[in-house]
Design a protein around this ligand. Structure first.
Ligand SMILES: [Mn+2]
Length: 362
């Protein structure tokens, strides 16, 4: 896709003659392959995209992917054997002095092959330019993310009905994923986190076999994938009657997220929202219990390289889609996280996930 390839070349500081995006076998497929080609269907194992400074993209695909490649707008070549695959790559690279690669996602074995095919070329890591191009979403990407966020939001609002005495964490996870698919998702964007009670204090707990009992937090972190683009949402509910402390924890996280929303705007440093939110939480009795970064970019991947973390450099820009997900975790007790996806606009933000998040006792 011309505009996207151009965007990558625009932010490369040194001359590069071609950028090679080379997929291995699933799941070691470079997610940027789908950014540059825009392909909506197909797996594209072993496929290679050659990107040129004029914005053009030529794709090398196996016969298996020919039908899927036909639906795209880029020129493609079909290889029918390993030898053909190697010789087409060789033809494309033999006169190229400087070859760009995406070091973030290129499998080492593929890199060795490229080096063997083009022994006299210099390889240049272009991953920074790719990350920066991908971090600013175009209209088409925003529409797909929006759809994915709508599906996740609808399902988040259905969760309270799924909770009853004795239900297992993985049963609720299954209900969440089933309902997302029913509403048009291609699948879950990552393994659904469904956690009850003390398990909710483990930020990346994966739904287990625990059954629901009275008076605990229940936390659900999940997302839909729609036409390759993802959403990522977390909701925490209280099952039973909450204590004053439980309500206070929830309110603190809720206010922390509002502060995050109020802070995020185009032009400010990427690390500022996290620093403000962490300070806010650290001024409460839950000091030190916010143990991850405030958010991250989403798009073709759930964790795009862009972070809302204290260490991130650069500025927030219009077109970025970021999660805002403060949390408080008390080991052995429980945790609360509230996560939404926001689109940064020229003026302000748009919250793309719209599910209810008022404190709810079920
Ligand atoms: Mn997230």
């Amino acid at each position: 896709m011309k505009g996207r390839v151009k965007k990558i070349f625009d932010s490369i500081s040194r001359d590069v003659d071609v950028i090679v995006i080379a997929n291995h076998i699933d799941p070691m497929i470079d997610s940027s392959f789908f950014y540059v080609t825009g392909y909506e269907t197909g797996l594209f194992e072993g496929s290679v995209a050659f990107l040129y400074p004029d914005g053009s993209c030529v794709v090398l695909v196996s016969l298996l992917e020919e039908t899927s490649a036909c639906k795209g707008s880029d020129e493609f070549i079909v290889f029918r054997s390993r030898d053909e695959y190697n010789s087409i790559i060789s033809e494309r690279l033999n006169d190229k002095k400087r070859i760009g690669i995406n070091a973030e996602e290129l499998v080492y074995k593929k890199f060795e092959l490229l080096q063997k095919i083009a022994p006299n070329s210099t390889f240049v890591d272009c991953s920074k330019a790719i990350i920066s191009a991908r971090s600013i979403k175009d209209k088409n990407e925003i529409e797909r993310i929006r759809k994915s966020c709508n599906i996740a939001s609808k399902v988040a609002d259905m969760i309270p009905e799924m909770l009853h005495d004795g239900v297992r964490e993985d049963e609720v996870a299954a209900e969440i994923e089933y309902n997302m698919k029913k509403l048009g998702a291609d699948g879950p964007s990552f393994t659904t986190i469904s956690s009850f009670g003390k398990n909710s204090a483990e930020p990346h707990y994966i739904g287990g076999k625990d059954t629901l009992t009275d008076n605990v937090f229940t936390l659900f972190d999940f997302g839909a994938i729609y036409s390759r683009y993802v959403s990522d949402i977390t909701r925490t509910f209280f099952f039973g009657k909450a204590s004053k402390k439980d309500k206070a924890i929830y309110e603190t996280v809720f206010e922390a997220q509002q502060l995050g929303f109020d802070t995020i705007q185009a032009g400010i440093p990427l690390n500022e929202p996290h620093i403000k939110v962490a300070k806010f939480i650290n001024d409460t009795p839950y000091k030190g219990r916010f143990i991850h970064s405030l958010g991250h970019g989403i798009g073709l991947s759930v964790h795009e390289m862009l972070r809302l973390s204290p260490l991130e450099e650069g500025a927030i820009e219009p077109g970025m889609v970021l999660t805002v997900e403060p949390g408080i975790y008390l080991p052995g007790y429980g945790g609360v996280r509230i996560e939404d996806d926001v689109l940064v606009k020229k003026n302000g933000i748009e919250i793309l996930t719209t599910a209810n998040k008022e404190f709810l006792e079920i």
